[in-house]
Write a protein that binds this ligand. Structure first.
Ligand code: COA
Length: 252
């Protein structure tokens, strides 16, 4: 079964994470499909808006840990890097619809979206410290800019989940809805946006984001260097082994 579904209608490209049995954990192949989808959407004049969505029970459990261990991101051309740079520089409106767990990159990718709608069952987390890792997707910069240092520190240094109402207060999401309604609502908002002049949408987004984009790219590069180093260190090895063995990690 295809793990990323691709549907283009009414000017909206909808990319659906479709690996629910594994909680939409993202493999290198899925990152590659997402990166390709975004690149094609940027180039295709008939695509005016992109919507990223999951299932009403789960958005994404983040990186697929087994896949990640088998093929860790090697360089800037790795699928995960291509995806992260793709969302950071995506020139057209990017919407997301989130229900259930949104772990790691499942939350950090939202920092690059323009509008995020969430179900009241959405649980966001950036548990990098619990995995012996550091933040990615420029979240160490964007979370601080969005939430303020103290609240970003709570999210990133404690790594505990926070629910949709908190995410709304933090400014991470735009609206909370019943889970069964979120994808349909996000789709209707995306189609409404797609009826507006594309040049105005793109220029407005560019003007809102252009001053911080170089900083975002630089932060992402620094995070990737540190992340790649930490992946080989004992804490991450223990955290990943514990996940695979379905036990709690012991960091001594
Ligand atoms: N990578 C690989 N497989 C994953 C995964 C991940 N990130 N997250 C979940 N899965 C798999 C589980 O191993 C399990 O597989 P199995 O049925 O073959 O045993 C299946 O998805 C269901 O997961 P489960 O943990 O039983 O679901 P849950 O509803 O109890 O919990 C989560 C859902 C998302 C809260 C939980 O799976 C989780 O915390 N996952 C790890 C998230 C994480 O650390 N991500 C960061 C990676 S850098």
């Amino acid at each position: 079964m295809t793990s990323i579904l691709n549907n283009h209608e009414h000017g909206v490209l909808t990319l659906t994470l479709n690996r629910v049995d594994k909680k939409n954990a993202l493999t290198a192949d899925m990152y590659a499909s997402l990166a390709d989808g975004l690149a094609q959407a940027a180039a295709n004049k008939d695509v005016r808006v992109v919507l990223l969505q999951g299932h009403e029970t789960v958005f994404s459990a983040g990186n697929d840990i087994a896949d990640f261990l088998q093929q860790p991101p090697a360089d800037a051309n790795s699928p995960v890097s291509r995806f992260l740079h793709g969302i950071a520089a995506f020139p057209k409106p990017l919407l997301a619809s989130v229900c259930g767990p949104a772990v790691g990159v499942g939350t950090t990718m939202l920092l690059h979206c323009d509008l995020v709608y969430a179900g009241d069952n959405a649980a966001f987390s950036m548990p990098f410290v619990n995995l012996g890792l550091c933040p990615e997707a420029a979240s160490s910069l964007l979370a601080v800019q969005l939430m303020g240092y103290q609240r970003a520190a709570e999210a990133l240094l404690m790594g505990e989940p926070f629910m949709a109402e908190t995410a709304l207060e933090l400014g991470l999401i735009s609206r909370v809805l019943p889970p069964a309604e979120v994808n349909a609502y996000a789709q209707s908002q995306a189609q409404k946006m797609a009826r507006k002049p594309l040049s105005s949408l793109m220029e407005t987004k560019r003007l809102m984001k252009s001053s911080r984009t170089p900083q975002v790219i630089q932060q992402m590069q620094e995070e990737s260097t540190v992340f790649a180093r930490m992946l080989k260190e004992p804490a991450a090895i223990e955290a990943f082994s514990a996940f695979m063995e379905k036990r709690k990690p012991v960091f001594s």
